[in-house]
Design a binder for this molecule. Structure first.
Ligand SMILES: [Zn+2]
Length: 238
């Protein structure tokens, strides 16, 4: 593998010397400039992905170059399709490919209960436990005063709109309980406390997931059994 890379970069350098360009790039350290523009662009775009450094971006770009046309186009099309068709549910902000997600549309769901999470991936982790049959609300983040993220930057207003519109006929037939499922971090806890006090004013019962979750951790990485216990053992914040 290593030998092959040396051969490859060697041949690129020779080619470049012969064509008269890039004489300063010799020695291998500035190898990126030896790539054709399209390859450079691919490496640059791949390098913007989280956790992908320049070495990994190069490796992935070579993988794409070696792939057959069908596999490479399948990757390109999957990226295009997800951006063109997937958005957020206009009710709960879960990911969906229509106006309203399948959970909000499911008539079997308990519409009196809303579980509030930070991100769609938290919702997916909780949903995989199969222990929760209510609705969700995705905040699209958490309060973080140091980073300038306030209530107006999240979907908190929409959560209160849901609660208010569900309670319009005077006997409440809509949302009766909000379960806070924020990540057990300093910012997640701060967001939960803020929401608990605001929700209490709106007259709904507030609970939070039980604290079997490791402090500082993230819902998306917790195992199913821990999440299921956290849902079943949720504690009132009233
Ligand atoms: Zn939804």
């Amino acid at each position: 593998m290593c030998a092959m890379n040396e051969q490859e970069s060697g041949s690129v350098n020779r080619k470049q010397v012969r064509s008269g360009g890039g004489s300063s790039a010799g020695g291998g350290s500035g190898g990126g400039s030896a790539y054709p523009g399209a390859v450079r662009e691919l490496i640059e775009q791949l390098g913007k992905l989280p956790g992908i450094g320049s070495r990994s971006a190069e490796r992935l770009a070579f993988h794409v170059l070696k792939s057959d046309m069908d596999s490479a186009m399948a990757l390109a099309n999957a990226i295009a399709l997800v951006k063109q068709t997937v958005g957020h549910c206009r009710v709960c902000f879960n990911l969906c490919d229509g106006e309203v997600c399948s959970i909000c549309n499911d008539p079997q769901r308990d519409r009196g209960r809303v579980l509030v999470v930070e991100q769609p991936k938290d919702l997916i982790a909780l949903e995989q436990t199969g222990m929760y049959r209510g609705l969700y609300h995705v905040l699209m983040g958490r309060l973080s005063p140091l980073d300038g993220v306030g209530p107006g930057d999240l979907t908190i207003g929409q959560l209160f709109d849901r609660i208010q519109s569900s309670s319009e006929p005077s006997p409440r037939v809509g949302i009766v309980e909000v379960v806070l499922g924020l990540n057990p971090t300093v910012e997640g806890d701060g967001t939960a406390l803020y929401l608990a006090s605001e929700l209490a004013k709106a007259g709904v019962s507030v609970s939070r997931l039980a604290r079997g979750l490791p402090s500082g951790g993230s819902l998306e990485y917790a195992n199913k059994a821990v999440l299921a216990d956290a849902i079943l053992g949720r504690q009132s914040m009233d």
